[in-house]
Write a protein that binds this ligand. Structure first.
Ligand code: PEP
Length: 258
């Protein structure tokens, strides 16, 4: 029994109507129904969450939201959706602090930490994203930048929550560019993140922490990442949009870590 169950999540971003999302699930589910050694999640837009949750009932597939309010459980926050509301419609978890949220909507480390706190308070699994920009990598500051982002998240957690959160390392320059990180680079960063977690919470929490790699992952390169000792799965954007392709990617990820 693996210490860390592999996890592959498809982030659909602002794609798919309700009808398209349900059609996707109908095509995808039979292809992954027998896969019990890997956890699989999809993150549709808010408007499709309820319908997708209904479509995956009784299956292995988890449904996550792509964002959550930093405030709540209720209040005068126009346009926001509280963690408890996501839980109410059957979400298993939520992606937090994606680089597109940090870059286009001004999400800071403080906001990301507040959202992680809200997710745990509502019994949602937080999948918190960290990652450096190209400028930061070229300046040689990737490790300290990502460590700073991670420590901000660590600061909001109890020792009991620390082993349960999922962290996705997504170098910004690799997202949607077709230029994935090399496996060596991903392993160095993941090892550093796990070592930082050990400093914050101790060895058992660090050994249990699931670290996903994200950034131009495809069915062709997934195995090179999931075979790494400190990579426990992937957060996948573009390559999760077609059900057959995503099913193939998930299958290959499992073959690699078996
Ligand atoms: C993402 O959006 O989290 C992502 C990793 O996108 P892509 O796989 O398309 O690079």
């Amino acid at each position: 029994m693996a210490l860390r169950t592999p996890l592959i999540i498809g982030n659909w971003k602002m794609h798919k109507t309700v009808a398209e999302a349900v059609a996707y699930v109908t095509a995808f589910l039979p292809q992954v129904a027998q896969m019990t050694d890997v956890e699989i999640g999809i993150a549709p837009v808010f408007t499709a969450l309820s319908s997708v949750v209904a479509s995956v009932q009784g299956s292995v597939l988890r449904v996550l939201a792509q964002d959550v309010a930093a405030e709540g459980p209720t209040g005068a926050f126009t346009g926001e959706v509280a963690a408890e509301m996501l839980r109410e419609v059957g979400c298993h978890g939520v992606i937090i602090g994606h680089s597109e949220r940090r870059r286009y909507y001004g999400e800071t480390d403080t906001i990301v930490a507040a959202k992680v706190r809200r997710a745990f308070d509502a019994q949602l699994l937080p999948v918190a994203c960290v990652g450096e920009t190209l400028d930061e990598r070229e300046a040689g500051t990737a490790l300290p930048v990502v460590e700073r982002q991670l420590r901000a998240i660590a600061g909001t957690l109890t020792p009991d929550e620390a082993p349960r959160i999922v962290i996705a390392y997504e170098p910004v320059w690799a997202i949607g560019t077709g230029r994935a990180a090399t496996p060596e680079l991903a392993q160095v960063m993941h090892r550093h993140l796990r070592a930082t977690w050990e400093e914050c919470f101790g060895a058992p929490a660090a050994a249990a922490l699931r670290l996903l790699y994200g950034g131009s992952v495809t069915a062709d390169n997934i195995a090179a990442f999931t075979s790494l000792p400190d990579v426990d799965g992937a957060l996948v954007g573009g390559a999760s949009l077609a059900p057959d392709g995503f099913a193939r990617l998930v299958q290959r990820s499992q073959a690699a870590s078996a």
